[in-house]
Each structure stands twice: as structure tokens, then as C-alpha cells.
Design a protein around this ligand. Sequence first.
Ligand code: NAD
Length: 297
Amino acid sequence: MTAELIDGKAFALDLRGRIATLAADFTARSGRKAGLAVVLVGADAASQVYVRSKGKATVEAGMASFEHRLPADASETELLDLVRALNHDPLVDGILVQLPLPGHLDEQTVIATISPDKDVDGFHVTNAGRLAVGQPGFVPCTPLGCLMLLKNRLGSLSGLDAVVIGRSNIVGKPMAQLLLAESCTVTIAHSRTRNLADVVRRADIVVAAVGRPEMVKGDWIKPGATVIDVGINRVDGAEPGKTRLVGDVDFAGACDVAGAITPVPGGVGPMTIAVLLRNALVAAFRNAGLELAEGAI
Ligand code: NAD
């Protein structure tokens, strides 16, 4: 069997197109652009790249991007004051504080200070709670992107066996909640799970969010299963001094067995920013008291 590729790049592009159309509609109806504020503390190279690409994508979608940079030695008070000011800014619909923060700043305190109604990353406990009890809120971007890819490929997920490998607050746990809400039978596997290969072999849906290059082997996969590889791992390339990106799944091995699989890169990665824009636009409609058709994005 050769697995079908799940093209996250194409799906994300299409989603961003739909977001741009709705963002223009929002501007026409509200008289202002939907606004996303991104806060970067310090000069971490990877974070700078992420913040730049988020800002660019926001503007491309016809939304307003507000970038705030604080020095690496900014105090917690300075950062919390900025977040509170953004909470009260009527032009800002969504707030994202780029993680990780420098060690002297407590991420949970910062996340707890963001208004849950502007928490487009979905990391606030209020939004985690809303997800857990099935109330509308904001869902973390990466797992929501994975769910969109799964539903696009499989339609109804009801009754399917799903295994999520990883239990982080930003990927594994919300992914499991989303799959449960779709009526999957969900297993959350993690670093203490025994006989992981056997657990994965039961799954119609495998979501790997571990951070270990090519850990999930092809012969762990149930024939025909749908595999979503969240992992982004940089490993040595074929040529000396060159690196390449691989996922948490042995792609070549899994392709022989799976029904469909996301590649790395070009699978889950492009979905994350697209869903961030989606969450920011949903926030804008809600904050402005305007209706957005259910399932429009
Ligand atoms: P994390 O380090 O917070 O969590 C990793 C999880 O994997 C933990 O819950 C741990 O229990 C589990 N784990 C570790 N070793 C294991 C093992 N041997 N067997 C089974 N489980 C094991 O990571 P995270 O933030 O959830 O991210 C996971 C991966 O997804 C990383 O590679 C990260 O780069 C990637 N990621 C990608 C995107 C994207 O946009 N595509 C977004 C977020 C994270």
C-alpha cells in the first residue's frame, strides 16, 4: 500500500483564502480591520522568524497586525501591563504572547493575564475548560489544524479508534479532547506508556506529537490508518553540515502501511498559522457582536 499524502500546505492555503474573504466582510460590516497583537520578549532567533511570519500572514489576510517587542530582561510587571493594555484595546481582537519566554518570566502567569476572549492560542485555563466541557472558546491552533485535516479526509470520525502520542497542554491534551468530541475512542499515550507499538497498532487515527525523530515505525501502523505527524525535528542531512526536517513518524515505513499520512514539512506545519488567523477572525466577529455562520471557517 502507498499512503495518500495529506497536503496540509494546500489545505492551509485554501483556508487562508476563505479567511481573507471573511476578513474583508468583517471590515465592511464593522468599519475596522480584525486585529491580532503578537508580543515577543527577547531576541530568540526561531521566535523572531515565527513572529515575522505570523505578522506577514495576518496582513495578507486583510487583518491588522500589532507587533510588540520587549527586551529579554523586561520585568514581569512590564509584560503584564502590556498584556492588560492589549486586553482593553478595542482594535485588538486576539493576543498571542510568543513562547517560550525568558526564564525569569512565568508563562502561566502571563497566559492567565490574557483575556480568555482574546486568547487566540487557546492556552488560558478558561479555554482549556471550555474545550473540556464542550463550550465555545478558543482551541489551540495546531491540534485544531490536525482535526480539520482529519475531518477533510475521513468525514465523520465517530467510533474510530484514535491514539494521540504526547500529552502536552498545547498539542496532545487538546487533540485528545477534540477527537473525543468527535466521538472517537481516544487513547492518550506518553513517555510512560507500556507497549507503545501495540497501542498504536489498534488505531484508525494516529496523531504523533512527541518531538522524537522518526520514533513511530511503519510496522506500528494499522493497515489503512490515517497518520497525522505533528513532530518537527531537525536532524543531520545526507551532506555534511546540512540538516533536514523530519517528523515523529518514520515516513517511508509508514507510507507502505498507512491509508493516508501528513508529510513533514508540508503537513501540519502550515495549518498552525492558518488556524491562528482563523481564531483571530472568530474573536473579531465575537468581540464586535457580529454573526459568523457556523462552520464558515
Ligand atoms: P512536548 O515536549 O511538550 O511533549 C512531548 C510529549 O511526548 C510529552 O507529553 C511526552 O510524554 C511524550 N513523549 C516523550 N517521549 C516519549 C516516548 N518515548 N514515547 C511516548 N511519548 C513520549 O512537545 P509538544 O510541544 O507537544 O510538541 C511535540 C512535537 O510537535 C515537537 O516535535 C514539536 O516541535 C512539534 N510541534 C509542531 C507544531 C506545528 O505547528 N507543526 C506545533 C507544536 C509542536
